[in-house]
Design a protein around this ligand. Structure first.
Ligand SMILES: [Zn+2]
Length: 109
């Protein structure tokens, strides 16, 4: 069955840091996290959009946006599942392979 879905995920990407939260008006644990939205076809092929790193207060979620380049360099990897990061690419590659196979089948030699 062909299914299309979408969702949002939040992944913690490091240890909590203590900062003063202007909204809670006291020192709180701030969690460095990656938040992203994704679309998904058939639970196999997907794509990520609206990706951002942030440092968010564990109490009220108030926080700061973090620089994507700096974060990904520090992490050394992007904590997004492979099928979501490259799913669209895989889908296109599969479609191209099918077209090529059909072409080769119809024109042998
Ligand atoms: Zn707070």
């Amino acid at each position: 069955m062909f299914m299309i879905g979408r969702g949002e995920r939040v992944v913690q990407v490091g240890p909590a840091e203590t900062h003063h939260c202007p909204r809670c008006e006291e020192d709180k644990d701030f969690i460095p996290q990656l938040r992203y939205s994704y679309g998904q076809f058939d639970l196999l092929f997907g794509f990520v959009y609206d990706k951002r790193y942030q440092l968010a207060c564990s109490q009220c979620q108030h926080g700061w946006k973090l620089e994507t380049n700096v974060m990904e360099q520090a992490l050394g990897r992007v904590p997004i599942p492979f099928h979501l990061r490259y799913g669209l690419f895989v889908a296109i590659a599969c479609a191209a392979a099918l077209v090529w196979a059909a072409h080769a089948y119809r024109h042998p030699g």
